[in-house]
Design a protein around this ligand. Structure first.
Ligand code: PLP
Length: 396
């Protein structure tokens, strides 16, 4: 009876949010639920940033579509300091979460979407809603789930001039893996050869456990857009602030996105943008917060990895973010005896039988009967963990 857009029919609400709602519902019914489904930072927002939000809570005006100049300057300063890309404040676009910006990027640019398999749950549905084609690029656990330059070349060489966007997310949701500089360079060279727009999703860049996060923008500056925000390293997912940083060569694309923004969300909430200035300007307190967050996540990630490995589950050790992508196919026969033949059925049974919520690999682009799942190791008291990290085991 209702003329629902055909592109939207058949797409389920975001898997991550669905499992979170189910976990909450079971908790409300009194069940003891271990929430390893939703990828939300366990840490509180740093106090100085919360104070900035309080100080600006009276700000009520619409802001410029591309964002508050002070925030764009703070973000440009942050990107330059971290040596990801040389940029000016005019290269920055602010939006209500990087998810929204990823969506309007695909509205503004006409091209196929290339994503490694497995990838974050929302890239492919966003493309499908808009009616774009999605190409999954194979990656392998033995290879730390890294896309290789060869795989990218193979998919592009048949039709070299075709407009395409490649999204590369590292450290990765769902695998926790990242890339070496050599690997980034090799991928960048192929992207340049085929003039692919490279969206470098660096939302977990600050939570890379060892060494400094490096951006592929260093190797393909003219074609790379960096995506980041405050959700994953600052604990402020619900505040909804994301940003894209464009090279000057892609200014027309940035302007096209700003037109769509002006006709849709208008601008991101003013108090949040002011708080963002405090966050991206940084300071010793935020450096310390990040230092301790990384240490806590590394310890918990490695512990979880060890426990799974002890159970003969095949899983890569995480290098950043807060995810593991274990493969339970070693248990396939046992599971089949209980009529569990898909990763979705496995995750549902796990939640119902044990109260542990994780997400099926099929939500990340895997075929249903591949027994992988994503585990977000974030169900702990982030404030207490930060206190412990800054005192009790600071030098451990
Ligand atoms: N990219 C990745 C890989 C993510 O995991 C997420 C959130 O889960 C996002 C982007 C979107 O983040 P936000 O819209 O909160 O900036």
């Amino acid at each position: 009876r209702y003329a629902i857009n055909l592109n939207v029919r058949g797409i389920q609400p975001s898997a991550t949010l669905r499992i979170n709602e189910l976990s909450n519902q079971l908790r409300a019914e009194g069940r003891d639920i271990i929430k390893l489904g939703l990828g939300q930072s366990p840490f509180p927002v740093p106090e100085r940033v919360v104070q900035a939000l309080r100080d600006h809570s009276h700000e009520k005006d619409y802001l410029p579509v591309k964002g508050l100049k002070g925030l764009r300057e703070a973000i440009a300063g942050y990107i330059n300091r971290s040596e990801r890309m040389r940029c000016s404040w005019e290269d920055v676009l602010i939006g209500p979460g990087s998810k929204e910006l990823l969506f309007i990027l695909q509205l503004a640019y006409y091209g196929d979407l290339l994503i490694p398999r497995p990838s974050w749950v929302s890239y492919a549905p966003q493309a499908r809603i808009i009616g774009r084609s999605v190409y999954w690029l194979p990656t392998h656990a033995e290879n730390n789930w890294q896309l290789t330059a060869d795989e990218l070349d193979i998919i592009c060489r048949d039709d070299p001039g075709r407009p395409r966007i490649l999204i590369l997310n590292y450290p990765s949701n769902p695998t926790g893996c990242t890339y070496s500089e050599d690997q980034l360079l090799a991928i960048a060279n192929v992207a340049r050869k085929y003039r692919i727009i490279l969206l470098s999703d660096e939302i977990y860049g600050e939570v890379q456990f060892d060494g400094r996060h490096k951006s592929i923008a260093r190797y393909y500056p003219e074609g790379t857009i960096i995506s980041t925000g405050m959700s994953k390293w600052l604990g402020a997912g619900g505040w909804r602030l994301g940003c894209f940083i464009f090279p000057p060569e892609l200014r027309p694309l940035q302007d096209a996105m700003a037109i769509i923004a002006s006709e849709t969300f208008t601008s991101t909430s003013a108090p949040i943008q002011h708080a963002g200035i405090a966050a991206f300007t940084g300071g010793e307190d935020i450096d310390e917060y990040l230092h301790h967050s990384r240490r806590v996540l590394k310890v918990i990630g490695e512990y979880t990895h060890r426990r799974l490995t002890d159970m003969n589950v095949d899983v890569r050790k995480p290098e950043g973010a807060f995810y593991l992508f274990p493969d339970f196919s070693g248990y396939r026969d046992d599971l089949a005896r209980h009529d569990i033949k898909t990763s979705a059925a496995f995750c549902t049974a796990l939640l119902e039988d044990t109260g542990i919520a994780i997400l099926p690999g099929s939500d990340f682009g895997f075929v249903p009967d591949q027994m992988s799942a994503r585990l977000a190791f974030v169900d702990f008291d982030g404030s207490a963990a930060l206190q412990l990290a800054s005192g009790a085991f600071a030098d451990a």
